[in-house]
Design a protein around this ligand. Structure first.
Ligand code: HSE
Length: 400
């Protein structure tokens, strides 16, 4: 019998509770022993809960209980999740989490503590919600040098873009729906401004390279500037606009990464990923392109990945499962100018080819404006030329 605890009884935490209760026989079969829930930590009162005796407001009840071997940290946010996780690992307990902010920020330190204490720190649910991607990237693709990772990594923004396009919902209504469905972060700016996707591409990149990629060095744009006109232009080009977390592993050992809305041909494997679904396209030097697809957010899908990590941690109580990366002194972030993209551009200025040279004209959908696609440019070249031309309405990278 493995005795376990949940920290945080929000959307994901209550999903973890439901799965432990609903699928207890299956969990015992998978872990080779029963998982018995002994504590739920939350600062709120749950007096009407059928197992209200499990609730505690004091993390020390869990830390000081030698019977507890695995803890699910599903509180979200950096503090006190960081302090609690550190104390739990130090006291010899394995911790599993859906908290991408914590993994991207303090993952290297927490992984090192787990190694020192011979316990596990697992984070399958931190990227892609219910999609198995962390373990497959680490284990099943372990024979490959990863060349590129490109993903739709945020369910909320994908849901919003899809609802705007298909159901003509306003940005605000679509966001409110995503919040009501439990997809959005507590502060949805993290979703719509791309920060959530940024942490996730940092986690995937660190895992693929074995070295920490600092998420603060990843250029990040969200979807707040994307208009219905942009979406219509994309459609006229047989394309769609998606928020993409992008990482390319360069020959010099550095990683070029960004989060930004990108224009994708409808034939691209990521283009058909709609609603709250996520997709991660990984290119390995041996396997080629591999796509991971599934529900990227939501209560039971995310909890499914958390509970799978609890099972794996229970199985690996005496022998660690090695999934992670190390912090090194090396700066592995490439410059934003180490990679060129073509850009789709809308402007009310004339004289486009005088400044941008050879461009592909796009039929204008709005009176008084020009639309075109540039040749491949670095971010600095694009910024300089855009400033010179002036009156830029939008510029969106093309995914080639
Ligand atoms: N807010 C996140 C998303 C939750 O929408 O993808 C899952 O990480």
């Amino acid at each position: 019998m493995a005795k376990v605890a949940i920290m945080g009884y929000g959307t994901v935490g209550s999903g973890v509770y439901d799965i432990i209760k609903m699928n207890s026989a299956k969990l015992s079969e998978s872990a080779g022993e029963a998982l018995e829930l002994k504590y739920i930590l939350d600062i709120r009162d749950f007096d009407d809960h059928p197992e209200k005796h499990l609730f505690t407001k004091d993390v020390n009840d869990i830390i000081n209980d030698d019977e507890i071997s695995v803890v699910a940290e599903v509180m979200g946010g950096l503090h006190p999740a960081y302090e609690f996780t550190k104390q739990l690992l130090m006291s010899g307990k394995s911790v599993v989490t859906s908290n991408k902010e914590l993994v991207a920020t303090y993952g290297s330190e927490l992984l090192a503590i787990a190694e020192e204490k011979n316990v596990n720190y697992m984070f399958e649910a931190s990227v892609g919600g219910g999609i198995p991607v962390i373990r497959p990237l680490n284990r099943c693709l372990g024979a490959n040098n990863v060349k590129r990772i490109a993903g739709i990594l945020n369910g909320t923004t994908n849901y919003i873009l899809y609802q705007m396009i298909k159901n003509k919902k306003s940005f605000e209504t679509a966001l409110a729906d995503a919040q009501a469905n439990g997809y959005a972060e507590r502060n949805p700016a993290a979703d719509v401004e791309g920060h959530d996707a940024c942490r996730k591409i940092a986690i995937l990149s660190s895992l693929a390279s074995g070295k920490e990629l600092d998420y603060n060095k990843i250029s990040t744009e969200g979807i707040t500037n994307i208009s219905l006109e942009d979406v219509n232009y994309a459609d006229s080009l047989d394309s769609v606009i998606k928020l993409i977390g992008y990482a390319e592993f360069l020959d010099n050992g550095k990683i070029y990464a960004h989060v930004a809305p990108m224009m994708l041909q409808k034939s691209n494997m990521l283009a058909g990923i709609n609603d709250v679904f996520n997709g991660v396209l990984i290119t390995g030097d041996c396997v080629g392109d591999v796509m991971f697809y599934g529900p990227g957010a939501g209560k039971l899908p995310t909890a499914s990945a958390v509970v799978a990590d609890m099972i794996d941690s229970a199985i690996h109580r005496s022998r660690r499962a090695i999934i992670g990366w190390k912090k090194t002194d090396e700066d592995i972030a490439a410059s934003t100018d180490d990679k060129k993209f073509r850009y789709f551009v809308r402007t009310t200025s004339g004289g486009v080819s005088d400044i941008f040279g050879n461009v592909t004209a796009v039929e204008s959908l709005v009176e008084g404006e020009n639309a075109f696609i540039t040749e491949a440019l670095t971010a600095s070249e694009m910024a300089q030329k855009s400033q010179k031309l002036g009156n830029i309405i939008s510029s969106i990278r093309v995914f080639d």
